[in-house]
Design a protein around this ligand. Structure first.
Ligand code: UD1
Ligand code: BG6
Ligand code: NA
Length: 397
């Protein structure tokens, strides 16, 4: 059942390269549009006529059967609102920037319970995307009924075919990540980021100006499972060692910014829910507005500083934390000499992950942090797959 692993959580962490492959199967084409596409060139030459709907060269790379009919409506909506709970909310947060960049429509995120508590205004020209691994979470389902009653187009992203959310939404994407048993969601999270990213790419498929960027992201989607596989075993061993050092901490902080803010929140959630360690994910841009007061030489802080558009800002965060003698663990891109130098000079530990394009980096970055939470849980002697007080699917409000 657990395929040689001791716990479902560990098995499901290791299954991620396969799970994201399944999410992309039949949906992402690695074959690039023909160079010197005459169709495209002719259209551009006609000057101003950039409407390329129906252009077979531009349409061939992402195919989401579930969104074919609603694609144009989504693109024309006034805003796109993601609604979810827990880890699924973090997946929407991780991919929000990609949707904003590709679709150029305002994107907002709502925790389902809060949307309902506030009686949040929702309109007919909104698209609401409900992200739920189980497809049965009561708050998300109630928020869906609420949005539907207000005339919004309701899209589902769920790992469970036939679930309440899959059935009640107008259209959607099944994650196809395989059944997830561990209460702490792992492979469903990375697969949700893949699905939202594919949705963003599919919605931008007619855009010539975004073509190069789309192609770059799609190329990297193809490389992602192998990149993940390449460091899984090494990180499993490394994170077990790190877990042994951190397991008795009273608290653990994760600092990040940009789309890796989701990585920080998700890592902290894993530490709370399974390792039962107090933990917080902190948007590093807010560091000076409070969290800095917590910093001392004892509190372990994981800083996410992979090579992306946030890199310089995160380096400055590292310098400010080191100036206060913080105990740092730096998650960086493999082979980053600058970060290796910080590690040597200031005795901080490094977690090295392969680099990829910015929209996909959170998918690789979370893997060692899932493993860290897993090993801390085992070492602390807690129930990995069924943490106290929690349920896989919360079907009551
Ligand atoms: C579908 C088939 C898949 C088949 C493929 C062949 C199903 C469930 N999927 O996958 O087995 O290999 O065609 O092209 O039979 N939907 C919702 N809400 C959700 C998720 C999905 O309404 O939360 C709807 C979609 O809009 C779509 C249907 O369910 O109408 C199936 O979605 P999905 O499985 O994602 O579609 P395909 O990938 O095309
Ligand atoms: C529960 C689970 O709280 O529900 C979490 O323990 C999960 O892991 C959350 O993220 C939301 O679940 P779903 O199925 O709607 O994604
Ligand atoms: Na449906």
């Amino acid at each position: 059942m657990k395929g040689g692993y001791e716990h479902y959580m560990q098995k499901e962490i290791h299954e991620q390269p396969e799970a994201i492959t399944q999410s992309m199967r039949g949906r992402v084409k690695q074959q690039k549009s023909a160079e010197g596409n005459p169709y495209l060139q002719q259209r551009i030459k006609l000057g101003g006529l950039v409407e390329t709907r129906g252009n077979p060269y531009l349409q061939q790379r992402i195919k989401l059967g579930g969104l074919v009919e609603t694609r144009d409506t989504i693109r024309r909506s006034r805003r796109i609102m993601f609604v979810a709970c827990g880890t699924s909310y973090h997946a929407a947060l991780a991919a929000r920037q990609t949707v904003e960049e590709m679709v150029e429509v305002p994107v907002v995120l709502e925790l389902a319970s809060d949307l309902l508590d506030r009686c949040c205004p929702i309109f007919r020209d909104d698209t609401c995307v409900f992200v739920s691994q189980s497809g049965e979470t009561a708050d998300t389902l109630r928020a869906l009924e609420y949005a539907k009653a207000r005339g919004a187009l309701c899209v589902g992203i769920t790992n469970t075919v036939g679930s309440a959310i899959s059935r009640a939404t107008h259209c959607g994407i099944h994650q196809n990540a395989g059944y997830e048993i561990g209460v702490a969601s792992t492979k469903a999270y990375t697969s949700q980021i893949i699905c939202i990213t594919m949705m963003a790419l599919a919605l931008a498929e007619d855009s010539i100006s975004k073509r190069e960027r789309r192609d770059a992201i799609i190329d990297e989607l193809g490389a992602l499972p192998d990149k993940m596989r390449s460091f899984m075993q090494v990180q499993d061993v490394a994170m077990k060692e790190l877990a042994a050092q951190l397991k008795d901490s009273n608290s653990l902080l994760f600092f990040a910014r940009g789309n890796n803010y989701a990585t920080a929140l998700e890592a902290a959630l894993k530490c709370k829910e399974v390792a039962l360690i107090h933990s917080e994910g902190i948007l590093a841009g807010e560091m000076k507005h409070g969290p800095l007061a917590l910093v001392d030489e004892h509190l372990p802080i994981v800083v996410v500083a992979t090579r992306d558009s946030m890199y310089n800002k995160m380096e400055s965060v590292i310098q400010q934390l080191l100036a206060r003698s913080a105990r740092l663990i730096i998650l960086c891109t493999a082979g980053d000499a600058t970060m290796q130098e910080y590690a040597k000079r200031s005795d901080c530990q490094l977690i090295e992950v392969p680099g990829t394009v910015e929209p996909l980096q959170p998918i690789l970055n979370i893997v060692p942090l899932q493993l860290l939470a897993y090993h801390m849980t085992v070492l602390r002697g807690h129930n990995v797959d069924q943490p106290r007080n929690l349920a896989k699917s919360v079907t009551v409000t």
